[in-house]
Design a binder for this molecule. Structure first.
Ligand code: HEC
Length: 118
């Protein structure tokens, strides 16, 4: 009996994880963060065309390129945004943004700029 109950409680959580559900409020938060912190290098549409990009080597990732969609898994993007990319201008954001905020901005980039449907 207890096992069945525990199973019923775990199932909804499990289903949420699998579908990577992103709510509209997450996307709105993600957009705000993107415009405030990421746009300056990655460009408003995420194509890496920004004033700052002229001075950066390597250049900011073009999120909209077909290779990026293949290369950049959700896990990799969360990791890069959290810990940065050593030796590049991509800084770690873990001191400025919470894990939820990082998840929200990565979700925004994936859904709205890369066109990946979760
Ligand atoms: C100062 C410029 C700058 C800012 C600001 C910036 N980035 Fe970046 N970003 C870069 C550069 C440069 C790269 C390319 C790094 C590389 O080639 O390894 C990059 C790469 C990335 C990548 C791909 C990393 C990978 O695994 O290849 C992600 C994801 C990313 N940025 C997310 C963000 C997010 C989210 C923000 C805002 C919270 C942000 N960036 C703000 C410069 C910036």
């Amino acid at each position: 009996m207890m096992q069945i109950l525990a199973g019923l409680l775990v199932l909804p959580l499990w289903a949420t994880t699998l579908s990577h559900h992103v709510s509209n409020s997450d996307l709105e938060l993600g957009k705000k963060i993107y415009l405030k912190h990421c746009k300056v290098c990655h460009g408003i549409s995420g194509d890496g065309q920004s004033f700052a990009a002229n001075a950066l080597n390597p250049p900011p990732k073009n999120f909209t390129a077909p290779e990026s969609k293949k290369e950049l898994t959700l896990k990799r993007m969360l990791d890069s945004a959290t810990n940065g990319r050593p030796g590049t201008a991509m800084m770690p954001w873990q001191d400025n943004l919470s894990a939820e905020e990082i998840r929200a901005v990565v979700s925004y980039i994936r859904k709205e700029l890369m066109g990946i449907d979760f």
